[in-house]
Design a protein around this ligand. Sequence first.
Ligand code: ZN
Length: 392
Amino acid sequence: MTGSAVSTVVTGIGELVTNDPAREGLLGLVSDAAVVVEGSRVAWVGPAAEAPAADQQYDVGGRAVVPGFVDSHSHLVFAGDRAVEFAARMTGEAYSAGGIRTTVAATRAATDEQLTSHVARLVQEMARQGTTTLEIKSGYGLSVRDEARSLAVARQFTEETTFLGAHVVPGGTDPAAYVDLVTGAMLEAAAPYARWIDVFCEDGAFDADQARTVLAAGAAAGLRGRLHANQLTYGAGVRLAAELGLVAVDHCTFLSDTDVDALRDSGTIATLLPGVEFSTRQPYPDARRLLDAGVRVAIASDCNPGSCFTSSMPFCVALAVREMRMSPAEAVHAATAGGAAALGRDDVGVLAPGTRADLAVLDAPSHVHLAYRPGVPLVSGVWRGGRPLGAL
Ligand SMILES: [Zn+2]
């Protein structure tokens, strides 16, 4: 080992998911494995029998280890909840994009401290379930002040922050005037706190022309684009994402053959959010069709108070296998390396020399248990940046 950082060899790994393309199979599995962590990074990966010496040793007792989950789509900055709306939906009312306005009113009324402590609680909840990298969007402020402060709050927890001023047109506002605001003063106030810009491109939210305008303004301000598209119906959003060469387009529930071809040809990642379909009783996206066509797929939680209030990536993996016909290996890969790719990251989602030492230790012998044992809290330990998170 080189350098002066303390090194730790993690031993007793019954099954290690590396996602390392240099290894065999989609997951690059290693049995009876060890990982050497040096500082915040992975220094060595391989069979335990060949592990180099380290300053200290940590044994996980035969458990499986996967890379920490990369949740590339969440809306954690909000106040209030919409349990009443959920209950109504479960008794027959349809989901519409307009419910977002309920959360906007509560978010605007909350203090910065209330928003920050609420996000902290949800981030901790995610960590307990193995998420070590996450993206957080704004989108419940919808004013210059409230979008900027939402992103300032999110920035305290992650560098993957996304300006989603174009989430829905606030009630009583002219849509064209609102797009001018989003691409003008709001973008200017939000950009210092954001890496990405996103648009909810859907009936009842923003059309493809408006999305194109918002993404172009974001690009001019140095923000990379992503889209919510084709969630509630067929539309032009996915094709726009492919045409612009965006790294990811999220939802992808209603896709034409042309949409699928466009995603395959552009390499844009389809981020599927099966918790949404679970929580809204909508049809699930057809992951099998996408994978068989050669489209790259990620899975994320879309944790938000309206359409999907789960923070659990293991739950999303289980849904992806049961409801979207993904294999357990495909789902675990999509929730780790897939999410990393959807954020343009190559330092997380993979366990190989040089990547960040983010590990989720499962109280199970293999990754398959994430889908095989739905709803069971299998994550028994989490390391982020080379350090165990301790009592979660
Ligand atoms: Zn979303």
